[in-house]
Design a protein around this ligand. Structure first.
Ligand code: TMP
Length: 222
């Protein structure tokens, strides 16, 4: 039986290892949406609500270096459940485009491929934590681990608990992302993060424009 077409606004996610340039692309995307008078909301994960921000602090605090991988996975998922019900789902239902700086694919890449937790089991956790919400489009900023580390050093940023992981961990995370993108090519767009930001942004906005056009077309059909 055909499911009735969902008319919620599009959910767009950005993924990539730390230092891949997500923040710059999200900033460019938001000014693009603003110029076109789209209603949108940006969420960073983990975070986005007072409860989720408290969980973020726990997760990134370097004092918590003894954190178990399963504990870590559930905390990321717990923060996600809260921001999904409190912010993301109501916004989408209200026709607001939601842009997430990371969503459940980060957990698959970091806790699944990176820490070695079972990826099949994670699918069930994601379904619960997101209330079965799936991004319509996921942009993956792909960068070599060397380039990402060099960028962070140049930015002179202090590393948090997650960023203090060894190089091999980030290699596995990157491999995981590429694998996820390969499995769901209709949802994922792989972007070469070593290209100039405006070139990447041109691809992002072209894709987004198509997505928003399809959404508005659906709306006008009902
Ligand atoms: P951020 O630096 O992009 O704000 O993300 C916080 C860190 O948490 C980053 O190192 C990626 C990591 N992370 C996970 O390990 N699993 C997750 O599910 C999410 C959302 C982030």
């Amino acid at each position: 039986m055909n499911q009735p077409k969902q008319r919620r606004a599009p959910l767009i996610t950005f993924e990539g290892i730390d230092g891949s340039g997500k923040t710059t692309q999200i900033r460019l995307m938001s000014s693009w949406l603003e110029q076109r008078n789209f209603r949108y909301r940006i969420i960073r994960e983990p975070g986005g609500t007072p409860i989720s921000e408290k969980i973020r602090d726990l997760l990134l605090d370097k004092e918590n270096k003894g954190m178990d991988a399963v504990c870590e996975m559930f905390l990321f998922s717990a923060a996600r459940a809260q921001v999904t019900t409190e912010i993301i789902l109501p916004a989408l239902a209200d026709g607001i485009v939601v842009i997430c700086d990371r969503y459940y694919d980060s957990t698959t890449a970091y806790q699944g491929y990176g820490r070695g937790l079972d990826v099949e089991n994670l699918r069930r956790v994601h379904a619960m934590a997101t209330y079965n919400t799936r991004p319509d489009c996921t942009f993956f900023l792909d960068i070599s681990i060397d380039d990402a580390f060099t960028r962070k050093i140049h930015a002179n940023e202090k590393s948090d608990r997650m960023e203090s992981a060894p190089v091999a961990f980030f290699q596995r995370v990157r491999t995981g992302y590429l694998e996820l993108a390969r499995k769901e090519p209709e949802r994922w767009t792989i972007l070469d993060a070593s290209r100039p930001p405006h070139e990447i942004a041109a691809i992002v906005t072209a894709k987004t424009e198509d997505l928003l056009r399809a959404y508005h077309h659906d709306l006008s059909e009902h």
